[in-house]
Design a protein around this ligand. Structure first.
Ligand code: SF4
Length: 681
């Protein structure tokens, strides 16, 4: 063995939606190191702690290395042939007995576009149901829906490079220096050089230290706070009336409602002084170019979709759309969450956002897939899958790369749903909390062991290039899906990323000009028309829906607080830390696991003192769903009455207490408002 690299392969980070390019050095089929290429447009020589160092999970001794089938209650290693035969027989029988809508799949935003495309194709064209969803449901589904309603498309309007050109950044419900670190670092640098920065968050995140305005609102009050900002923009005469007249509709009704707002009430609801909100509104509206960035602190609320539409209202009322340095820019969590939705891993829209309920779209889709099986009714969204499983209507679930037991809200309910199924299939890298409950476990390959494409948060489709061969016993997720499709009698070509991409470009309108070869350097931002050009900014002359739509929303107290606030007087909001990614299945198995070893409860000194809790004490936190014991860290980052924690560690299982109240529109769970009581353990 040598420590001198024999080969360097360019690929894309598997962690967050920034989509950093990585140069991976190998020798004798082993990975030696990862560096950040300076010629990569996305990250220009930078990565964070996760991208550069957290890769040793790929050959960790705990990687799954054989398919398993549960026999007499125990998961036993079997051959791929036996696992496939078992799956095909069971799915075929259950479909005959209970119909195709008794089967559902959850695809993975950690898998490639091609794999997501194949999974939705399998569920729709082979099984014959629209019961397909992905993790976007529990993170950015309100972004997609809200932006589609306001603009006609749910993707970021601009690019990260626009941070260089903007005069004002508004960051709401996002913690970029921990969750999107390379973009977060760019924001920090811009703020230090004088770009105005507005931070809206219940927690004093790192960027708040660099902010001109930090609005520390009570969790669950985004709608009230944004209404205040909209009120002051109108009140100060800062609305861009020419833009509103030429490019939008619905403004008159919208303004009439905003003018009726009771600012005293809004101030009390949000807990933010009105003059601070007025000052922030003036800064945003008077900047020549202002950008907004939002994350799960916007979407994971019962009014998540409405908040996204208000952010769109803010951009439109100030004319901040369609040029450099402006727009609405969601910060996508998982590396390929944009791609999973683009590829149709959602129950109402197929690949390319084709509405399956519209007869002409449905026909086009069925003709393309040479099937007459795709129904015209919307399938189950993830929370509906759990409800249907508990009700006995859903019999089969197939989940790829998603630890729903650890990461979906109300863990006990999720477990009840999964254990109610007749057949539960999990495709994974490790024996996660979810995989432990499966009837069949299929060992997938990591991003370092396969090729395909990921689409980052700025709509950039980039090549993922295989660095090493799959660990013996594992297969690329796309290969597994193709194997099952073929065994179920569907005429599916063998798996190859370039030919899959070619098929996708024929059905997804905004992929028309994408080819595998031309993505090799820096990828392309969709829409990519036939001439192969890349698009940095969308909605330049008109919105996808024609005119941008203004919509007013009343703030509503979260059901969680209305129902449980009296008994559970504190609010917990969940967050992420730099070192770990989501359920932590990958990062906990790297050196990052040594840096951050546990979830902790961030608690204000007053709340700690009121409950006799000292720093480092174990605290029993109880909600209407369950309880957890977690170590206290006393901090001024959160205000009295508000606490915060992560869910990276299964030892704590924070989602035992989170609420399965959902966004009223997109059904995204409200992880950010959890009513709790506390006592020293
Ligand atoms: Fe990976 Fe995101 Fe870090 Fe870049 S910023 S290295 S994409 S986790």
């Amino acid at each position: 063995k040598t420590n001198e690299p024999e080969e360097v392969t360019r690929t894309v980070c598997t962690y967050c939606g920034v989509g950093c390019n990585l140069d991976v050095a190998t020798a004798s089929g082993e990975i030696l190191s990862i560096t950040a290429p300076y010629d990569a447009e996305v990250n220009q020589g930078h990565t964070c702690l996760k991208g550069r160092y957290a890769f040793k999970f790929y050959d960790h001794p705990e990687r799954l290395r054989s398919p398993m089938v549960r026999k007499n209650g125990v998961l036993e290693n079997v051959s791929w042939d036996e696992a496939y035969s078992y799956i095909v027989d069971r799915i075929t029988n259950i479909r005959e007995e209970h119909g195709p809508d008794s089967i559902a799949g959850i695809s993975s935003a950690r898998c490639t576009n091609e794999e997501n495309y194949l999974m939705q194709k399998f569920i729709r064209a082979v099984v014959g149901t629209n019961n397909i969803d992905c993790c976007a449901r529990v993170c950015h589904s309100p972004t997609a829906l809200g932006m589609q309603r306001s603009f006609g498309t749910g993707a970021a309007t601009n690019s990260v490079i626009d941070i260089k050109y903007t005069d004002c950044m508004m960051v709401i419900g996002a913690n970029p220096t921990a969750a999107h670190p390379v973009t977060g670092a760019k924001m920090k640098q811009a703020a230090m050089k004088g770009t105005k920065l507005i931070v809206i968050d219940p927690r004093e995140i790192e960027l708040a230290k660099y902010a001109d305005h930090f609005l520390q609102l009570r969790p669950g009050t985004n709608v009230a706070l944004l209404n205040m900002m909209l009120y002051y923009i109108i009140d100060e005469g800062l609305a861009d009336l020419a833009f509103i007249e030429n490019r939008t509709e619905g403004y008159d009704d919208f303004v009439a409602n905003i003018k009726k707002l009771d600012i005293n009430a809004m101030e009390a609801i949000t807990g933010v002084n009105r003059e601070e909100v007025r000052a922030a509104a003036i800064t945003y509206a008077s900047a020549p170019n202002a950008m907004s960035f939002h994350g799960l602190g916007v979407t994971e609320h019962s009014q998540g979709t409405f908040t996204v539409q208000q952010i769109a209202d803010l951009a439109m009322i100030t004319g901040n759309i369609g040029r450099r340095g402006v727009g609405v820019n969601p910060l996508r969590g998982q590396n390929n969450v944009q791609g999973a939705a683009d590829m149709g891993a959602q129950p109402h829209q197929g690949a390319g956002y084709m509405d399956v309920t519209k007869p002409e779209m449905n026909r086009l889709y069925m003709d393309f897939y040479k099937t007459d099986k795709i129904p015209s009714h919307i399938g189950y969204k993830i929370p509906e899958m759990f409800d249907a499983a508990i009700a006995g209507d859903l019999k089969v679930m197939w989940i790829i790369g998603e630890d729903v037991v650890q990461t979906d809200p109300n863990t006990n309910k999720v477990k009840k749903a999964l254990t109610s199924l007749d057949l539960f299939i999990v495709q994974e890298l490790f024996m996660t909390e979810t995989a432990m409950l499966a009837d069949v476990v299929l060992p997938g390959a990591s991003f370092l062991e396969k090729s395909g494409t990921f689409t980052n948060g700025e709509r950039r489709v980039q090549r993922v290039n295989k660095v090493v061969e799959p660990i013996p016993g594992t297969k690329a997720d796309g290969q597994i899906i193709v194997d099952v499709m073929q065994r179920m009698g569907y005429d599916q070509a063998d798996y190859a990323p370039d030919t899959m991409l070619e098929e996708i470009s024929q059905i997804v309108p905004f992929f028309k000009g994408i080819t595998w070869e031309e993505l090799a350097k820096n990828g392309k931002q969709w829409p990519v028309p036939e001439d192969g050009s890349s698009t940095e900014i969308i909605h330049i002359d008109s919105f996808k829906r024609g005119k941008g739509l203004f919509t007013y929303f009343d703030w509503r107290e979260s059901e969680e607080i209305v129902e449980h606030g009296a008994e559970y007087p504190y609010i917990i909001t969940t967050n992420r830390e730099l070192e770990h990614y989501n359920c932590g299945a990958m990062t906990r198995r790297t050196g990052n696991g040594e840096i951050l070893k546990e979830d902790v409860l961030l608690i204000n000194a007053k709340d700690a003192a009121d409950n006799g809790i000292a720093d480092g004490d174990m605290v029993c936190v109880t909600s209407a769903r369950g309880k957890v014991d977690i170590k206290a860290r006393i901090t001024a980052e959160v205000k009295p009455g508000v606490m915060s924690t992560t869910f990276h560690f299964p030892e704590i299982m924070v989602n035992l207490i989170t609420s399965d109240v959902h966004d009223s529109e997109a059904k995204c769970p409200e992880y950010k408002v959890v009513a709790v009581k506390i006592r020293k353990s």
